[in-house]
Design a protein around this ligand. Structure first.
Ligand SMILES: Cc1cc2nc3c(=O)[nH]c(=O)nc-3n(C[C@H](O)[C@H](O)[C@H](O)COP(=O)(O)OP(=O)(O)OC[C@H]3O[C@@H](n4cnc5c(N)ncnc54)[C@H](O)[C@@H]3O)c2cc1C
Length: 391
């Protein structure tokens, strides 16, 4: 429900109306707590990302109306993982996990706009065009300053519990949280490429010498996520369409019969961002605000949605007067540390493991992929980690 006037105080303030903040707001509708979602933008802008979303995440979004069959999602039935120049490869299938599909790919823009539209039309209070510019953490409440993007007016609001689902923009404002940023010194080049033959719902993860590449089925196209050095990325953005297509065709020559078109290309710097703690005085971080991962394993949003789900459960079990208190925050931290830690380490290790072009390492990786392919429980475990995380 869109609100025009901000209150002076709420129990729970959720900052950031991306998919993670929106999921939390929808889940809290019936908890009896007063929660307000604020989003800096009035509408989701153009975004080149297409996200691979696991079946369990789709179910969580669906349950609260944030997933609709009308969204332009594309099912993923198989994920083909391989290393260029070697025989090592494995195929993860929906049957490995007894699921109808492994998940879907969805343009970020469609998912995020649908989430905002659904919250606007539902019962959860939402203020659009309200950017949090300042945070003060106090012992009994947090106070935030917001700026209205339409008339630049300033508002002040206090809350018992401040939830940052802002993608990590406000971390520097917190007096008791430190962020560590590990730059991969890599950029992801994103583009839509049209295959010459239907993709049949098969996604590809390819570890090439110059960086991992993913092809995610997206409508009749693929969205390409190609990791490379910033210099290579700049050079590849400058290629003609035909030159760009031939470069991708070379790398997928043994898997895909070719591409007929490529869209506008974009590039995205990549870093791992983690916090010394996902909770601080009166505040909790969820989604990308808590951890920003390399997109190689397609896990960032899936993990963030699980953050929101767990936080909603804890809030529902917490009396209003204990919201934002240390005991509640520590409970959240404990419950999320295993899943978040394992998924973050798993994603980061993929970059390290596949980074070395040395022949012995390549051989070892090839053997590991073959082992996963031949051993059903290893394959199932790998697929399970990709689809359900580690909780
Ligand atoms: C190239 C790429 C590919 C990816 N592919 C995948 C994938 O395949 N699968 C997957 O699971 N994940 C993937 N991810 C990760 C995924 O995009 C993120 O994990 C996800 O978008 C995080 O959602 P969020 O709601 O936490 O944050 P965001 O989507 O960043 O939303 C944050 C919201 O907060 C708002 N905001 C920011 N600051 C303020 C403020 N001061 N006041 C008010 N509002 C504010 C923003 O406007 C925004 O709407 C990918 C990421 C990249 C870069």
């Amino acid at each position: 429900m869109l609100i025009k006037r901000l209150p002076l105080h709420v129990d729970i303030l959720i900052v950031g109306g991306g998919p993670v903040g929106a999921l939390l707001a929808q889940k809290l509708i019936n908890s009896g707590h007063q929660a307000l979602l604020v989003e800096a933008k009035c509408a989701v802008g153009k975004d080149p990302r297409a996200l691979a979303i696991a079946q369990s995440s789709i179910a969580a979004l669906h349950q609260v109306g944030l997933w609709s069959d009308e969204l332009d999602a594309t099912p993923i039935h198989k994920v083909h993982v391989s290393q260029a120049g070697t025989l090592g490869r494995t195929v993860l299938t929906a049957q490995d996990l007894d699921l109808p599909q492994l998940g879907c790919t969805i343009p970020y823009q469609s998912l995020a706009q649908h989430a905002l539209n659904t919250v606007s039309m539902g019962k959860a209070p939402l203020a659009l065009g309200m950017k949090v510019s300042k945070i003060e953490q106090l012992a009994r409440f947090a106070q935030v300053t917001l700026q209205d993007s339409r008339d630049h007016s300033e508002h002040h609001l206090t809350c018992r519990l401040l939830v940052l689902a802002d993608g990590g923009q406000l971390i520097d404002q917190l007096h008791d949280i430190q962020q560590t940023i590990k730059s991969y010194e890599q950029h992801a080049v994103l583009a839509k490429v049209t295959p010459k033959h239907p993709h049949q719902g098969i996604a590809f993860e390819r570890f090439a010498d110059d960086g991992p590449m993913a092809l995610l089925p997206n409508g009749i196209d693929y969205t390409l996520v190609w990791t490379q050095t910033p210099e290579q990325a700049a050079a590849r953005l400058a290629l003609t369409e035909q030159e760009f297509i031939s470069e991708i065709e070379q790398r997928f020559a043994d898997r895909i019969t070719g591409f007929s078109a490529v869209s506008e290309r974009a590039s995205w710097p990549l870093a791992l961002k983690t916090l010394n703690s996902v909770v601080g005085e009166r505040v909790v971080m969820i989604g990308n605000a808590a951890q920003t991962l390399h997109p190689v394993a397609g896990q960032g949003l899936n993990l963030g949605l699980r953050d929101a789900d767990t936080l909603a459960q804890i809030i529902c079990q917490t009396p209003k007067t204990a919201l934002g208190e240390a005991a509640m925050l520590q409970r959240y931290r404990q419950l999320r540390s295993r899943d978040a830690g394992l998924v973050t380490a798993f994603t980061d290790s993929l970059i390290g493991i596949f980074d070395s072009p040395a022949a012995p390492m390549k051989h070892a990786r090839s053997l590991a992929l073959m082992a996963i392919d031949h051993c059903q429980w290893l394959r199932k475990g790998f697929a399970q980690r990709m689809v359900h995380g580690a909780r």
